[in-house]
Design a protein around this ligand. Structure first.
Ligand code: NAP
Ligand code: MG
Length: 506
């Protein structure tokens, strides 16, 4: 019996077999079973997808449409995402390990919401601005500037939120009239392929959205360095992001990088302990901790460490860890064997470096967990900010609690990181929380909550967590160029100042 789904790449509006003929397997992380295969693409597939994107761009079939027409297609696509909600959510959960309770609600809403919001705000964004101002030293001029698409974009995404992170790139790229080639992560390529088909059915012309599948190290690397790519948007590790920035430099590509994080939560001494426990658990257990902006360095007043951690443990004991496709499940499996190994390695390092294990620390292997990649929620206490598992991104359900004695010291430790993606303050004092939020060097600060990414608010990192912003109008700016057109309004003549300067009146 085989109900393994067979996918092809999506190029020029068509399902397209890879030219190498090789396939890659996609696994359900709860069971270890192969659920789908996709082409293991190579350079020729990238060339083909980029040629199709370039041709569609140059033809003006999409870039030449009005903003209103493009926005309408995005709105149609949002409706189709909602109409295909069950299938998309199922495939996203099946392949990424995300709980079905989350994908059917949050992920679908975020994907459709991003399309709708971008469709709305692209119409509000000033497309053309004018000035008739003429300084005395220039002739009367009409100057105007307008937004134009950049051209051919490439989007490379990781495996933790395949649908949402793809849409953060696709929606603004398409809204501004670009063509795009996406390369999803090898372990979760399926829903990005489905998304391309939906967008095409909604009215995006062939070639404007393409999806290639294949290994990042070869195919992704080739795409990132390709001279046909005018802009690259990458979400993934800081290590690969650094390489991409180097490669982009050769042809001065426009770049957006959303990279790793090790986000600090600072619980203040006036915090409500129930709110704090919830915030700290949400911060590191949402999607089993496989979120770039997870709150994984927990700074807590020394005298409150025990009480807070006890409360967290009581709540963890009630959580349902299990198959992600079960509506009752609160926390699903880790996305891959490789990522599970990484988590196991960091927990071992934590123990060796003297962090005290307060809870968890083990792979779950019995009963329903036997074949899957499950790991217990894990809390280390009495950590310090220099420990390896505190400094490096683990990308798993592991919390490191660092007791502090004064708030200035906590802020200094929180900012002492190469990363600057998320941060948070837990307090009952709004004014104090906001003042401290100002002092965190991170792209997002949450107060008394975590993980709230909204299509209408900018998301991105300080420091080595990346540059550029996704979502809201910031993303529209990141997918467009500005062209200034300047027209001399005076009759033709040799008395124009600049002409005079080079003696054209002689
Ligand atoms: P990754 O190894 O950097 O991979 C991300 C994507 O890049 C995948 O599609 C991967 O393809 C591809 N890739 C790998 N090597 C490449 C190369 N040399 N050139 C071009 N592309 C390459 O990251 P990951 O392991 O999938 O995801 C975890 C990381 O992503 C974490 O560090 C996390 O913090 C970060 N992340 C950041 C955000 C954010 O918004 N800031 C969001 C989610 C995740 P393959 O799958 O084929 O290897
Ligand atoms: Mg990787």
């Amino acid at each position: 019996m085989s109900n393994i789904m067979e996918y092809q790449m999506f190029i020029d509006g068509q399902w397209t077999p890879g030219l190498t003929g090789e396939r890659m397997e996609v696994i359900n992380p709860a069971t270890g079973e192969v659920v789908a295969t996709v082409p293991r693409g190579g350079r020729e597939d990238v060339d083909r997808a980029l040629a199709s994107a370039r041709a569609s761009f140059e033809s003006g079939v999409w870039a030449g449409k009005s903003i209103e027409e493009r926005a309408q297609v995005l709105i149609n696509a949002a409706m189709m995402v909602v109409a295909n909600k069950e299938r998309l959510a199922y495939l996203e959960s099946l392949t990424s390990g995300a709980t079905i309770r989350r994908t059917t609600t949050v992920d679908i809403a975020e994907v459709a919401g991003t399309l709708l919001l971008i469709a709305m705000i692209v119409k509000e964004l000033p497309q053309v601005e004018h000035t008739f101002f003429s300084p005395p030293w220039v002739a009367p001029m009409h100057s105007f500037w307008k937004r134009e698409p950049i051209g051919v974009c490439a989007g490379i995404t990781p495996w933790n939120f395949p649908l949402i992170l793809a849409m953060y790139k696709i929606a603004p790229a398409l809204a501004m009239g670009n063509s795009i080639v996406m390369k999803p992560a090898s372990i979760t390529p399926v829903t990005t392929l489905e998304l391309a088909k939906i967008l095409t059915d909604a009215g995006v012309p062939p070639g404007v959205i393409n999806v290639v599948t294949g290994p990042g190290s070869s195919m992704g690397n080739y795409l990132a360095g390709h001279p046909e790519v005018d802009k690259i948007a990458f979400t993934g590790s800081t290590e690969v992001g650094r390489q991409i920035a180097h490669q982009a430099a050769d042809t001065i590509k426009r770049v957006t990088l959303e990279l790793g994080g090790k986000s600090p939560i600072i619980v203040l001494d006036d915090a409500d302990m129930e709110v704090a426990a919830n915030m700290c658990l949400l911060g590191f257990l949402f999607h089993s901790g496989q979120v770039c902006e997870s709150g994984t360095r927990l700074f807590v007043p020394r005298c409150l460490q025990e009480e807070l951690v006890d409360r967290m443990i009581q709540k963890i004991k009630k959580m349902v860890i299990g198959n992600q496709l079960d509506m009752e499940t609160d926390m699903g499996p880790i996305a891959s064997q490789e990522q599970l190994n990484t988590i196991i390695r960091y927990v071992q390092i934590g123990k060796e470096e003297g962090a005290e294990l307060a809870y968890g620390g083990r792979r779950l292997t019995e009963g329903i967990y036997e074949k899957g990649f499950f790991f217990e929620p894990t809390i280390f206490i009495n950590c310090h900010n220099q420990m390896t598992q505190v400094r490096e991104e683990i990308f798993g359900p592991v919390q490191c609690v660092i007791p502090y004695d004064d708030v200035d010291e906590a802020i200094a430790m929180a900012n002492d990181s190469i990363y600057g993606l998320g941060g948070g303050i837990c307090s009952t004092n709004v004014g104090r929380a906001q003042q401290l939020a100002n002092r965190l060097r991170t792209g997002t600060v949450w107060i008394n909550t975590w993980h709230v990414l909204r299509p209408d608010a900018p998301f991105g990192g300080y420091k080595q967590s990346g540059y550029g912003r996704e979502c809201c109008y910031h993303s529209l700016l990141a997918y467009s160029e500005v062209k200034h057109i300047c027209q001399d309004l005076t009759p033709d003549g040799s008395d124009k100042l600049l002409n005079l300067l080079i003696g054209l009146n002689r």
